[in-house]
Write a protein that binds this ligand. Structure first.
Ligand SMILES: Nc1ncnc2c1ncn2[C@@H]1O[C@H](COP(=O)(O)OP(=O)(O)OP(=O)(O)O)[C@@H](O)[C@H]1O
Ligand SMILES: [Mg+2]
Length: 264
């Protein structure tokens, strides 16, 4: 199975005000298969967001290589990197929408920036993305007129606009209630299965990770402490975390393992 993401020897340290350094990522090695949904969990400060932001080079590592779709991102020019980033969408806890633009223009924003589509094709693409997230009827609304769940749907539509192969999600449901979280997760699962988009998601919610992920990676002090498949009950049962993830997975009615799905 081809790796769509391959991180090798990733280290990142931050300078502290007292002149010392803090090692946020320590020699991380992580490979992710095309079509996989991978969750990152760990204590606050473990390095989850820093690692996620390394995948699109929002965070440039001090050492190591970042391969996405066989391209080594750290060696690209600024222009090449901009183009490579069109394959990598990102969504955040607080949506990061432009408040003075309506829903349509928020989704169109990255497309206008890259100027790859003519006007009719751009309009068709925006409509298509709004349809995927179920917001076709809200194109004229402004972010302030939307619920949190709807705002996150707009940000997902915007992230999909350039037809990315990878979607990075940093705590996408942390600000949402349980029902809204479930419906956002259903949308993300649908994007994964119908569009084949690979998803990497940071979350501290075991229910979210158990329901969505094929693999959960546990981070501790800038390192990968352990990782497992929530559906692989033999390994999952050995730890409390694994047992809880497996419980949420079965509760969501997701039988079988990722490997099973792949061979199906
Ligand atoms: N730009 C920065 N400057 C200095 N220190 C930083 C910077 N970004 C992150 N750090 C530090 O690196 C460590 C890892 O941060 P990171 O945001 O990746 O953690 P996290 O696992 O996402 O935590 P949380 O669950 O709270 O979001 C933290 O100690 C943080 O303070
Ligand atoms: Mg974080």
């Amino acid at each position: 199975m081809p790796n769509i993401i391959r991180l090798e020897g990733i280290s990142r340290s931050f300078a502290l005000p007292d002149g010392s350094h803090y090692d946020a990522l320590r020699a991380i090695k992580l490979s992710i298969n095309a079509g996989e949904i991978v969750g990152l969990i760990g204590r606050s400060g473990a390095g989850k967001s820093t690692l996620l932001r390394t995948i699109n080079l929002l965070e440039r590592p001090d050492a190591g290589t970042v391969q996405v779709n066989s391209q080594e991102l750290t060696s690209l020019s600024a222009r090449q990197l901009r183009s490579a980033r069109e394959q990598i969408g990102m969504i955040f806890q607080h949506y990061n929408l432009l408040h003075n633009l309506n829903v349509y223009d928020n989704v169109a924003f990255p497309l206008r920036l890259h100027q790859r589509l003519n006007a009719p094709r751009l309009a068709a693409r925006v409509r298509e993305c709004l349809e995927i997230v179920g917001l076709s009827d809200r194109a004229e609304s402004y972010p302030a007129q939307l619920s949190g769940g709807q705002k996150q749907r707009v940000s997902i539509a915007r992230a999909l606009a350039s037809r990315p192969e990878v979607l990075l999600c940093d705590e996408p449901t942390s600000a949402l209630d349980a029902d809204t979280t479930r419906s956002i997760l259903a949308t993300l699962r649908n994007i994964n299965t119908t569009l084949g988009v690979t998803i990497v998601m940071v979350s501290h919610e075991l229910a979210v990770l158990g329901q969505l992920c094929h693999r959960v990676v546990v981070m501790e002090d800038g390192r990968i402490a352990e990782q497992f498949d929530p559906a692989d009950t033999a390994t999952a049962r050995q730890t409390a975390l694994g047992r809880e993830l497996a419980f949420y997975r079965s509760e969501a009615g997701l039988a079988g393992s990722w490997k099973g799905e792949q061979h199906a």
